[in-house]
Ligand binder design. Structure first.
Ligand code: THU
Length: 149
């Protein structure tokens, strides 16, 4: 298989996958029993992990990827290079998580692997969420609603 554009260095990919796998152990998924771990690499080289955290009131639950994004953003990080996502079956990030990642880093690379260590795919978010809607759609040349950002 040819290396994708924006391919990560193998040792960085491995650290992300390992971090995501250890976060999967913390998944709180008593309802679905579907355990997800994520690890998000910031532009400054830090890794923020996340797991899914379900709730008896179903919509109050949150996915692993968005847990990681919320942790990173709340610590002052908004630029992301890659995210690794680990599940037992190699499932892909959901559409809501793709949208949330797109808000900050449309060029980010997604790495999907299984908890057994099998690589499923590595692909840029531009491929996972093509023709996306994002912050640029809401910016106007005359007055930016993000003036304070
Ligand atoms: N889940 C994630 O954590 N990430 C995804 O991208 C897909 C789904 C979680 C949500 C829920 O806790 C469980 O997996 C089953 O949907």
């Amino acid at each position: 298989m040819p290396e994708p554009k924006n391919a990560l260095a193998p040792e960085i990919r491995q650290s992300l996958v390992d971090a995501a796998r250890s976060s999967q152990h913390n998944a709180y998924a008593p309802y679905s029993r579907y355990r997800v771990g994520a690890a998000l690499l910031t532009a400054s080289g830090e890794i923020f992990t996340g797991c899914n955290v379900e709730n008896a009131a179903t919509p109050a639950g949150i996915c692993a990827e968005r847990t990681a994004v919320a942790k990173a953003v709340s610590e002052g990080h908004r630029q992301f290079v890659a995210i690794a996502v680990i599940t037992d079956d190699g499932g892909s990030p959901c559409g809501t998580c793709r949208q949330v990642l797109n808000e900050f880093s449309p060029q980010l690379v997604g790495i999907v692997a299984t908890s057994d260590g099998e690589a499923v795919y590595e692909a840029p978010l531009t491929e996972l969420l093509p023709r996306s809607f994002g912050p640029a759609n809401l910016r106007r040349a005359d007055s930016s609603p993000y003036g304070h950002e």
